[in-house]
Design a protein around this ligand. Structure first.
Ligand code: NAP
Length: 308
């Protein structure tokens, strides 16, 4: 028979960990499942977090570690297992993982997002051979080399800034003539001598045999193509929800994000969605943490009725 918990939380990003902290303070018998070996979700891919109150200049890895220590100090049980499915089981839910199965009276889904790919020729075969989705993880391999970053959001601009400290030259290819990133990041970027922004440009193909040697660029305003020699390509073109195996359990929008309001209640009683996986307008560490608190509070209320 599988172990039964009051609450199972899926994911250890800021939403999942905060939900865990609040659940422990409410004395819920709680399990947190995380498929990765490190805690923090996408936070650990950020070199320097400078918008989480009280922790200026902390690295993503340090913040992830601090999250885990805080939750464990309160007694939260964290298991490193990948969830493969979730189904209704009587009044509660059954969570399948690669190692086994667990029962839960309530579930908080805080599985976050993953990187979107460009979907261009060469990207898949050269992944790990010059194509990267994580500048802080792979940047060091490109010391004194030339790289190109694709995207115009916070991630792309942060990546370009980070890579400018390591690489000889950094190109930033953005498909429009205006960046989406926070103004403070744009200002920092513009001050860097070794960064060149390629406006209205899209990477059309990534070239190389065993290793990236260049890209073909489509200049979308001029309808022409040019080649550019680069040693690495950093893809930072947004994210997709991590809802594999979960989407049937609660309603999602057309992009796969689980529909829930600020109380994190989904279309299924007992299932809550928190953090980047939830339909919302601002995806930040601090809004994910806020979701975690709201989701746990909603779960506490739900379980009070459930256990009556
Ligand atoms: P994002 O904000 O969705 O930006 C994605 C960027 O990629 C956009 O500039 C978009 O262009 C471009 N893009 C999308 N598909 C493309 C394609 N197929 N080809 C070329 N370009 C494409 O994604 P993000 O930067 O990863 O950020 C995700 C969320 O995390 C955001 O809410 C962001 O604020 C947050 N975040 C915050 C921080 C921070 O606060 N320090 C750091 C990282 C991320 P368009 O602009 O033309 O749409």
């Amino acid at each position: 028979m599988s172990e039964n918990y009051d609450l199972i939380i899926l994911g250890s990003g800021p939403a999942g960990i905060t939900a865990g902290i609040y659940a422990m303070r409410a004395y819920l018998n709680t399990l947190l499942l995380e498929k990765n070996y490190v805690t923090g979700g996408q936070v650990v891919n950020t070199y320097e977090v400078d918008n989480y109150p009280g922790f200026p200049k902390i690295t993503g890895m340090e913040l992830g570690e601090a999250f885990e220590n805080h939750a464990r100090d309160l007694g939260l049980e964290i298991r490193r297992e990948e969830v493969t499915g979730i189904a209704r089981d009587g009044q509660g839910f059954r969570i399948e993982t690669e190692q086994g199965a667990y029962g839960a009276d309530a579930v908080i889904i805080a599985t976050g997002t993953r990187c979107r790919t460009l979907g261009v020729p060469g990207e898949q075969n050269l992944a790990g051979m010059g194509v990267s989705y994580c500048a802080t993880c792979d940047g060091a391999f490109f010391k004194d080399k030339t790289v190109i970053v694709a995207g115009g959001g916070d991630t792309a601009v942060e990546d370009a800034i980070f890579l400018s400290r390591i690489c000889r030259k950094v190109y930033l290819a953005h498909r429009r003539d205006r960046l989406r990133a926070a103004k403070i990041l744009q200002d920092r970027l513009m001050q860097l001598d070794n960064v060149e922004i390629l406006w209205n440009c899209e990477i059309n193909e990534i070239v190389g045999e065993q290793q990236v040697t260049g890209v073909e660029i489509f200049h979308n305003k001029e309808d022409r193509y040019t080649g550019l020699d680069v040693d690495g390509v950093f893809v930072a073109v947004g994210s997709l929800p991590n809802a594999q195996g979960l989407s049937h359990i609660a309603d999602a929008d057309q992009n796969g994000y689980i529909i829930a309001g600020e109380d994190c209640q989904t279309s299924t009683p007992g299932i809550f969605a928190a953090g980047d996986i939830r339909t919302k307008s601002l995806r930040q560490i601090v809004t994910a943490a806020a979701d975690g608190a709201n989701a746990a509070a909603s779960a506490v209320r739900y379980l009070e009725d459930f256990h009556k």
